[in-house]
Structures are given as C-alpha cells and as structure tokens.
Design a binder for this molecule. Structure first.
Ligand code: NAP
Length: 254
C-alpha cells in the first residue's frame, strides 16, 4: 500500500466503502466498519445517509476516527441551495461535520465556480472539512484550480475497462487526490487473462488485484459490496504488494 493520500493536512483513508445501491443495508455498512473501513462514500442521490447514520450509531466508533464523503446533486448546486443541503446532510448523517463534500457532476446550468464559492462559505462554518468534485475532466479541473478554488479531490470512474489517465495525471501533478469509483467494473476477456495470472501469483482474487493496482497508482478506492465475504476480501487487498512488473502488466492489458 502507498502512503495514505492527503487533502492538504487531512488524511483520506485509501480504502473506502462505496454505498451506492445499499439503501436499507445498514448491516453491510456496519460490517464494513467492523472489518476496518473508516472511509464511507455516499451522495444525496444514493439515499444512504440514514443507513450510514444507523451503522455509525451501532458501531460505537468515535466520529473523529471516520471519514465521511458525500456529494451535492444537481438540485443543490445553485449557491443559495448549498448551505441548506449541507444542513440537511448533517441531520441525515447525524453528524456535526462532513469530511469531504463533492459536486457530484458538473452542471450545465450552474457554473462550478458559483457552487464552489458557496461550498467555501459552508466550509468556513466548520460543517465541511475539505472540498472536491466528481466527474470533472482535465479542462474543468484546470478551470477550478486556476480560479483558486481549494479542490482536494476528484472522484472519477477508473477501472480496468475505463481509464481516465489524462485526468488522473493532471490531478496528481496538482496535488489533487483521485478517488476511483466503480473500481471493480468487469474488464474485457484479454484483460481478465492478464489479471488472472497476476492474481494467481499473489494467491489473491481478481478483485483484490484490481484494487491493489488502483492503490499502487496512488488512487483512493471505494469498492461496494453487500456481501460480508466480499467486504472482507476487498479490505484484505490493502495487504497485496504488486511489483512494478505486475502494475505495468495490468496497465498494458487491453
Ligand atoms: P464497484 O464497487 O465497482 O462494484 C460493485 C459490484 O462488485 C457489486 O455488484 C458487488 O457485488 C461486486 N463485488 C464487490 N466486491 C466483490 C468481490 N470481492 N468479488 C466479487 N464481486 C464483488 O461498483 P460501484 O458501486 O459502481 O462503485 C463503487 C462506489 O463508487 C459506489 O458504491 C459509489 O459510492 C461510488 N460511485 C460514484 C459515482 C460518481 O458519480 N461519483 C458513480 C458510481 C459509483 P456484491 O454486493 O455481490 O459483492
């Protein structure tokens, strides 16, 4: 595992737990917390704020040990909507602060700068620790950073079959952490052969190798699972040390 990525002075656990489609499955979220996950990824649109609150309450884990990420959906991007949305998120999550607040998708009707200014105002109240975006490509990231917004994270799709390398490189060069979403999306058959060989060498599963590959490329990962055995196996990928040859082998697989 590489060193834990940081958002300025704030550490973001490199292995997080995705909660899309886990509405009503607080037990799965709670299992992830028991296994060791301390970073939970959610969004207004996932409808899992309440499930996360329930899992946190049952886990007994102190709030300061957790890293909560949530995202503003399109209906909350207008500057006057941001503050009220965050207040609602805090109630739903039953917390005093959000560790990382993201714009879920770039908007055609609201300039990112306007939303980001409102997010900064909320950050100043202490309700949010760090700001970021999701699904922003390189030109959009350039625009935000050049305008001086403190973007610390970009959550983008990155997996075996979908590699946003230009955006990844730009973000890392500019000290913006990258979270790979949908990290386990199934790859093509030829890619699978390359991954299977490396997985066998490490006595690991393809999913564990894929997560280790993304983390070796300095990304944060947020796999989702509703199954205890998968939740545990994904966590165990933190112990897999891929060689440079392994990483290049997966990089080259197409
Ligand atoms: P994912 O994590 O890539 O894959 C989830 C699928 O993989 C599930 O069907 C799960 O099934 C299966 N799985 C998980 N672990 C496995 C294992 N060890 N072995 C075999 N199968 C396994 O998919 P995702 O939910 O799309 O992405 C992860 C998270 O990223 C989301 O939950 C969400 O938090 C975030 N996300 C963000 C955006 C955005 O726009 N910012 C978009 C999409 C997703 P089981 O339940 O059966 O294990």
């Amino acid at each position: 595992m590489t060193a834990s990525p940081t958002l300025g002075s704030i550490q973001i656990p490199q292995m997080g737990f995705g909660t899309w489609n886990l509405g009503g499955q607080a037990a799965a979220i709670q299992h992830a917390l028991q296994v060791g996950y301390r970073h939970l990824d959610t969004a207004d649109i996932y409808g899992t704020h309440d499930d996360i609150a329930a899992a946190l309450r049952n886990s007994g884990i102190p709030r300061e040990k957790l890293f909560l990420v949530t995202k503003l959906w399109s209906h909350s991007l207008a500057p006057d909507k941001v503050g009220p949305a965050v207040e609602r998120f805090l109630r739903e999550l039953n917390t005093d602060y959000i560790d990382l607040l993201l714009i879920h998708w770039p908007s055609r009707s609201v300039a990112a700068e306007d939303t980001l200014s409102a997010m900064q105002d909320v950050q100043e109240t202490g309700a949010v620790r760090a700001l970021g975006v999701s699904n922003f490509d390189k030109p959009l990231m350039e625009r935000g950073l050049e305008a001086g917004y403190p973007l610390t994270n970009n959550q983008i799709e990155y997996n075996l079959n979908h590699r946003s390398d230009e955006t990844l490189a730009y973000c890392l060069e500019n000290a913006v952490t990258v979270t790979a979403y949908s990290p386990l999306e199934r790859g093509s058959r030829s890619q699978e052969a390359a991954v299977a060989a490396i997985a066998e060498q490490h006595g690991a599963t393809r999913e564990q190798v894929l997560l280790a590959w993304l983390m070796a490329k300095e990304m944060v990962v947020i796999p989702r699972s509703g199954k205890p055995a998968h939740i545990e196996a994904n966590w165990a990928s933190l112990d897999i040390a891929l060689s440079e040859a392994d990483i290049q082998g997966i990089d080259a697989a197409a």
